[in-house]
Design a protein around this ligand. Structure first.
Ligand code: HEM
Length: 519
């Protein structure tokens, strides 16, 4: 204080001196208040959620899995409970193992727990900083979500039913002579649905094919990028080294991905705008959004995100249903009988039959739950410190969701290992979460495509069950459910699934012919 006084004594009584004294007092005050706040702040004394012991400097780096995340997360759940925290250098992470904790933290605190932390390589170097799934909450994120809700939300999703039904019927025709793993066929069908929902049916066939292949390529690149660590994630300046340099593989991946990203955004949108202008576009999400918002970048990006976010996901759900039809023939027969009762066996099932198909609905839910195809949710990030159940979750923590455990916790499901759709048909159902709600995410990041996914996936799945008995290849026996393995990917698929689609009865081909899709 003396030194401060001495300096000011040398200044004349001037506005400068007054200002200087004021600033000094303010600064001292500020330091004291901050110190006191630190001493009294309850949150500073709170521990992080429990988790495996951390090592000096490297935290849990050695225990953190490089693959099979779900398996390790379940091991930690057994040891530490509903909420587990781990730390690897530079990253704090918590893993939520119960639906209630996820709802509390992510669903009920949407303003502070809805961030994303996408590595620099996947976001910037690969040119994905436009995607609603990757960007931070803010005007672009909320605009795009508003647009998706307008076009494929609960009010409007029904308007896309003809596109879903037409493409499902095409798939049924292809399955008549198909043997092997149907994943590619299902993915292609869902991709067509998504493209036609987004841009209508008037895009030239070649553009639609290109859009699929661009998307499939970039999805592979992004998945590979996200499962690797890149130096550029830490040293961002590396992005400026030229692509031809030896060792600059990341740059070449980044350049290719950025090109694909641009094609996916601009090419179909340009055609859709022209078709809209000439009045030829027909019904589509693009039509709705161009009518209401005009041709702006948020409209372009809301449309462009659909394929990447909607095709792999929905086709994985349909594959889970097909897997169940193959593994559990009695369940498959019951679904078939229920659908025949609803349609009198005189027509293909349609979306409006759904209300009369409670058993099929229960099988659809159980297919989402049993060995779920999406065992780990998309992590959120909190923008401020959160106090939760007596623990401190520091701002900037990655908040992961162990969806697989939530859907197989014996305390909730009793016999999670059994594929038992009846659990959704009795009073027991009242105490169970809906598996679809569990997998579609939380808060302001909840999947905006869930109504379209549910409608498309359910219709394709029910139609397969109505027309075909899904059986093993000639000479092979049905796989044993407990022995089936699943890929270690973000969307898990049954490993080595091989099957045939045997028409249920002579009506199958008549029904397909009557559907009249020869155009
Ligand atoms: C069975 C199919 C699907 C599943 C299981 C699924 C699951 C998810 C999940 C878990 C998230 C992250 C939610 C969160 O962060 O809390 C998400 C986000 C998203 N989904 Fe889906 N999804 C499916 C289908 C679709 C479809 C068909 C579309 C579009 C047509 C779509 C568009 C999106 C978009 C744009 C996001 C990013 C939302 C955001 O970050 O704000 N999804 N989805």
């Amino acid at each position: 204080m003396e030194r401060v006084g001495h300096v000011f004594d040398r200044l004349a009584d001037s506005p400068l001196k007054v200002a200087g004294v004021t600033v000094s007092i303010a600064m001292i005050g500020y330091v004291l208040v901050q110190g006191l706040r630190k001493m009294t702040d309850r949150s500073n004394r709170l521990p992080p959620p429990p988790g495996p012991p951390r090592h000096f400097l490297i935290g849990n780096l050695l225990q953190f899995p490089k693959d099979h995340f779900y398996k390790r997360f379940c091991e930690w759940q057994r040891e530490y409970g509903d909420i587990v925290s781990v730390e690897i250098p530079g990253i704090n992470m918590v893993i939520l193992n119960s639906y209630e904790t996820a709802q509390e933290l992510l669903g009920k605190r949407p303003n502070s727990t809805a961030g994303r932390k996408i590595p620099y390589m996947a976001l910037e170097v690969m040119g994905n900083q436009w995607s609603a799934a990757f960007i931070q909450p803010g005007p672009h994120h909320s605009n795009q979500r508003k647009m998706l809700r307008r076009g494929i939300g609960p009010q409007r999703v029904g308007s896309h039913t003809p596109i879903i039904e037409k493409n499902a019927t095409r798939l049924m025709m292809a399955l008549q002579s198909f043997e092997g793993d149907p994943h590619k066929l299902v993915l292609h069908t869902v991709g067509k649905v998504v493209i036609e929902v987004a841009y209508g049916t008037k895009l030239p066939g070649s553009m639609s094919e290109e859009l699929s292949s661009w998307n499939l390529e970039i999805m592979d690149l992004v998945n590979a990028a996200l499962s690797n660590f890149w130096l550029v994630d830490i040293f961002h300046f590396l992005r400026f080294i030229p692509s031809w340099m030896p060792g600059a593989e990341f740059k070449r991946i980044g350049d290719r991905s950025t090109w694909l990203s641009k094609q996916i955004r601009y090419a179909p949108f340009k055609t859709a705008k022209a078709l809209h202008k000439s009045g030829e576009i027909g019904h589509s999400l693009a039509t709705d959004l161009l009518d209401e918002f005009g041709p702006n970048d948020d409209v372009m990006d809301a449309l462009a995100v659909l394929y990447g976010a909607g095709s792999d996901t929905t086709s994985a759900a349909v594959m889970a249903f097909i897997n169940a039809l193959l593994l559990f023939p009695e369940i498959s027969k019951k679904v078939y009988e229920e659908i025949i009762r609803a349609t009198d066996g005189t027509r293909l099932p349609c979306n409006s039959d759904r209300a009369n198909l409670p058993y099929t609905e229960a099988v659809w839910k159980e297919a989402f739950r049993w060995n779920t195809f999406i065992p780990v949710g998309v992590p959120h990030v909190n923008s401020q410190d959160e106090i939760f159940n007596g623990y401190l979750i520091k701002a900037g923590t990655l908040i992961g969701q162990n969806t697989g455990f939530m859907l197989s916790d014996p305390k909730v499901w009793g016999d999670p290992e059994n594929f038992r759709p009846e659990r959704f048909l009795t009073d027991e159902a009242n105490s169970l979460p809906n598996p679809l709600v569990v997998v579609f995410g939380y808060g302001i990041r909840v999947c905006p495509g869930m109504y379209l996914a549910d409608r498309t996936g359910f219709h394709i799945s029910a139609t397969i069950a109505a027309l075909y008995d899904v059986v093993p290849l000639e000479g092979k026996s049905r796989p044993k459910p407990e022995l089936v393995e699943y890929t270690d990917t973000f969307f898990r698929l049954p490993v080595g699934l091989q099957c045939r689609f045997v028409p249920r009865d002579s009506r199958t081909s008549d029904l397909l012919k009557a559907a009249g899709l020869d155009e």
